[in-house]
Design a binder for this molecule. Structure first.
Ligand SMILES: O=C(O)CCC(=O)C(=O)O
Ligand SMILES: [Fe+2]
Length: 322
């Protein structure tokens, strides 16, 4: 099984991140996901046309142009229609999300899990903190409509966006571009070696929990442009953010997934994870994309019927957030 080399693993542990090139095959692994998202966009267009938010379906436009057109004309974010997760507040019985078979195929892709296994070990649990991000050119959406899935993400540690129950867990972030991620279209940037530090204070923002910029100023940061097929591994305390998409016509598309040893707390108990690989108990591995989708639909129904639980520990207006 071709996981990481010892040198790659050593770099991951020393620096808190690692780019692994050529993990995924673009045609075999990524194209089915893009094809599935093209069908989601068809549905979004029909929905928005019915609502009168757009004047036409624009089905002759290529995906990226069509997405920019629909968002620009409607002034609405479409992120939640694509996301493989639910929002943390205001979940309704019809809140859109997309938990389709091609996305499940990516979450369980053997080539990806081989890399994950090198860090996490042979008992691999898919942590439910997972997102698809389609980062639009800055300015396409009005500020009030842009969110952490469609716009630049502020500095944070992924440990900071989950509950304290997972502070001692090993949660590996796996970030993978579905198209080329460049400095211009908003690739990730990170602080090498920052995983060795503590969990920093985060403040609630409209783009999620964020470390105030002043706490990161003066530190060495590294932008991480990547080609599709590559994956970026990050330690849960590696400080990272993304850059603005300053292009006029590109959409930076990425999935961020997380994996951990089975049995450890996920930090987001309201959402469903699953066993993605197991040497000891292969019968526990979830192989059916329909069952995965059902778990998310049940979660949505449950959250719609009662108050949503707290998703993180940070409060506005106190400490560094004052
Ligand atoms: O893709 C982005 O812009 C941010 C992603 C991120 O914060 C993550 O993958 O943990
Ligand atoms: Fe993150």
């Amino acid at each position: 099984m071709p996981g990481l080399t010892n040198a790659q693993l050593a770099q991951f542990h020393e620096q808190g991140y690692l780019v692994v090139e050529g993990v995924l095959d673009v045609a075999r692994d990524i194209q089915p996901v893009l094809d599935e998202y093209a069908r989601v966009l068809d549905q979004v267009a029909i929905h928005f046309l019915e609502q009168g938010a757009i004047a036409a379906l624009y089905q002759d436009l290529p995906f990226r142009e069509r997405l920019i057109r629909i968002c620009g004309e409607s002034g609405k974010s479409v992120s939640q229609f694509f996301d493989c997760s639910l929002p943390q507040t205001g979940v309704r019985s019809d809140t859109p999300m997309h938990v389709g078979p091609a996305v499940f195929g990516m979450l369980t892709c053997p080539r990806l899990l081989d890399v994950v296994q090198s860090v996490v070990g042979p008992e691999i649990y898919s942590n439910p903190v997972q997102h698809i991000r389609m980062k639009l050119p800055a300015g396409v959406l009005p500020a009030a409509s842009s969110d952490g899935l469609s716009a630049k993400i502020p500095w944070h540690q992924d440990n900071g966006v989950v509950l304290p129950e997972a502070d001692a867990a090993t949660i590996l972030t796996v970030w993978l571009p579905l198209n080329e991620a460049t400095v211009e279209n908003g690739c990730l940037q990170l602080v090498p070696g920052s995983h060795g530090g503590q969990l920093e204070a985060h403040c609630p923002t409209s783009k999620g929990a964020a470390i105030p910029d002043v706490l990161v100023q003066g530190r060495d940061t590294l932008a991480v442009p990547m080609l599709p097929g590559s994956v970026l591994l990050m330690h849960q305390r590696t400080i990272h953010s993304s850059l603005d998409n300053v292009t006029r016509d590109q959409v930076r598309m990425s999935l961020d997934l997380r994996y951990q040893p089975t049995g450890q707390p996920t930090g987001r108990p309201a959402f469903p994870g699953f066993v993605a690989r197991s040497a000891a108990h292969p019968e526990t591995v979830l192989r059916d994309p329909g069952l995965w989708a059902d778990m998310w639909l049940e979660t949505r129904a449950r959250m719609a019927s009662k108050d949503n639980p707290a998703f993180n520990r940070w409060k506005a207006g106190v400490g560094v957030c004052a």
